[in-house]
Design a protein around this ligand. Structure first.
Ligand code: G16
Length: 545
């Protein structure tokens, strides 16, 4: 093994970046995520690891410091693979091992990884690192840089960016600019130019209004949206709220709005005004509005997915393109949304476990794969041959103008979309251009189908790993008696469905329930919560039925 100064790395691991936290940290749904104060050694070690990953993949690897929807006190890191995907699962295990060993074992684990993965350590490596606006993020990024430098690797620190922007950087660095120019300017130009082109070519926009009230969760998305507005040049009228003056994700942001089904703090309550909330690192988005009776209406990831898939299907039909379109959801998707997609839209729909990494991979099986979690995390992926076919059709003068125009629009949609991962900003542009094309206001959009009443709650347990699920998380196999109990509860309610799973980003068990009658939903949620509390080692206040 050549080129690394292991005694120098060892010294850093044992002194400057020694473990300050003795508990286990796990690479969860979206990387490591826990209290920011426990993470310095994890970031240092992820700096070391990403250099090795870069040597294995012979490509640039990304490192994003964020705890996304979690509160300010937490932080975390997401590792981004060369194609903009989340870190490969087999390396999550390696990352967890490296993050948890004692300080004096760091070098031996590094050497083990190098041997097992057969890494040529003389190869040059490159890591790109970004961070969100949390007060802990700068120090943590410096810990990661310390690890990267100790491995003599090149790195680029792009500073404060959204998670999807970091993914964009990784892909554009690795794809030799085919995907985009690896600079923030390239990102904004790409999505805004394509957006403006589509808007300009649609004449009749019916009930559509280009005004959006946006809750930026007091996070990095506020900075990005302010920047985007310069490039949009008035093509979308975005009013930004929660732009950094308050606490990050506190009573605001996409997760809060989705879970609580209420408006966030500080957003003006004007009936029928289109509102959106994004989360702390701007990779999730939900829409909502208040009606004249002050009732709250949510349009979440399920509805965004349906809107997008329906629009793409229309464009494929108009352009006579025979490309396979499919949609991917998780168990959280509302039962009525799944029925609507398969029975009304006639689009194949697949279900995978929670985590965009799983949805992304499944979506790649289609020529055009739309994936969204109901929490608003998702995007569209187009495979290479679909992209080529679309471009060829758009430029084929022997075809009808309708055919060509639809293909042309599709080609712009490809550029609006950040295909690397769910991106609240590019998703918002996508939704807006579709609403504009259809001439819809938010109420018309909401009317396309009705959701089943549903609720999500969280329960604290002694050990969240006590819950083990199968069948894309729809069935709990451990603790043994829990699924039987859930089955008993759901049969009492018309169209009842429920599942439980341990969160990979918070120290809780998540519970989802849905049924036909709104009046039953709280009782059903309480019953399942109690079953989890009693059978899975609940702590804190016991749920009351
Ligand atoms: C992350 C993942 C999402 C997942 C969410 C919640 O989002 O990227 O795919 O839905 O966590 O995961 P869990 O239910 O396991 O806590 P984010 O926006 O927090 O990075």
């Amino acid at each position: 093994i050549k080129s690394f100064d292991f005694s120098f790395i060892n010294n850093l691991a044992k002194n400057k970046h020694k473990k300050a936290y003795q508990g286990i940290v796990q690479y969860g749904t979206a990387g490591f995520r826990t209290r920011a104060t426990s993470l310095d050694h994890v970031l240092f070690r992820m700096g070391l690891l990403t250099v090795l990953r870069s040597q294995v993949k012979k490509a640039t690897i990304g490192l994003m410091i964020t705890a996304s929807h979690n509160l300010e006190i937490d932080n975390g890191v997401k590792v981004v693979d060369p194609n903009g995907e989340m870190l490969e699962t087999s390396w999550e295990i390696i990352a967890t091992k490296l993050a948890n060993v004692e300080d004096d074992k760091v070098i031996s684990i590094l050497q083990e990884i190098i041997k097992e993965q057969n890494i040529d350590t003389s190869l040059s490596a490159s890591v790109i690192i970004g961070r969100d606006t949390r007060s802990s993020s700068l120090n943590l990024s410096q810990a990661a840089v310390s690890g990267i430098k100790a491995m003599n690797s090149k790195f680029i620190d792009v500073g404060v960016v959204t998670t999807p922007q970091l993914h964009y950087f990784v892909v554009s660095m690795n794809k030799n600019r085919d995907y985009g120019i690896p600079a923030l300017e390239g990102y904004y130009k790409k999505i805004s130019e394509a957006y403006k082109k589509i808007i300009e070519t649609t004449i009749n926009n019916g009930k559509y209004s280009n005004k959006v009230q946006l809750d930026a969760a007091n996070g990095v998305g506020a900075l990005a949206i302010k920047e985007l507005k310069k490039y949009l040049n008035g093509a979308l009228n975005i009013e930004i709220y929660n732009s950094g003056e308050g606490q990050l994700n506190y009573m605001c942001g996409a997760d809060y709005v989705k879970q609580k089904k209420i408006s966030p703090l500080n957003i003006p309550i004007n009936p029928y005004v289109k509102c959106v909330s994004i989360d702390g690192d701007a990779d999730r988005i939900v829409y909502y509005y208040i009606d004249k009776y002050n009732q709250f209406h949510l349009l979440d990831g399920d509805r965004i997915a349906i809107l997008v898939a329906d629009y793409l299907k229309e464009l494929l039909q108009q352009s006579h393109l025979n490309l396979q379109l499919g949609l991917v959801q998780t168990a959280y998707a509302n039962g009525n949304s799944t029925v609507y997609i398969s029975d009304t839209l006639n689009i194949p729909v697949a279900c995978v476990r929670t985590g965009v990494k799983y949805l992304h991979h499944k979506a790649l099986e289609f020529d055009i794969g739309v994936y969204f979690e109901s929490n608003g995390h998702g995007t569209v992926v187009f495979n290479e041959s679909a992209i080529n076919t679309i471009y060829m059709t758009a430029n084929n003068n022997s075809l009808s103008s309708i055919q060509r125009k639809a293909a042309q629009t599709l080609s712009y949609v490809i550029d609006v979309v950040n295909q690397t991962v769910g991106d609240a900003i590019s998703d918002m542009l996508l939704v807006e251009l579709i609403l504009h094309a259809k001439g819809w206001d938010i109420v018309t959009w909401k009317k396309s189908y009705s959701d089943l009443p549903n609720k999500q709650v969280k329960i604290e347990v002694q050990d969240r790993n006590a819950i083990i699920t199968t069948n894309e998380e729809r069935c709990c196999i451990k603790p043994k008696e829990l699924q039987k109990e859930i089955d008993k509860i759901v049969t009492k309610y018309e169209k009842g469905r429920s599942f439980v799973r341990s969160s990979g980003t918070e120290d809780v068990v998540r519970i989802y329930v849905e049924c036909e009658n709104d009046s039953d939903i709280d009782k059903m949620a309480a019953e399942v919560s109690l079953a989890v509390y009693e059978l899975a080692g609940g702590i804190g206040i016991k749920p009351i039925i």
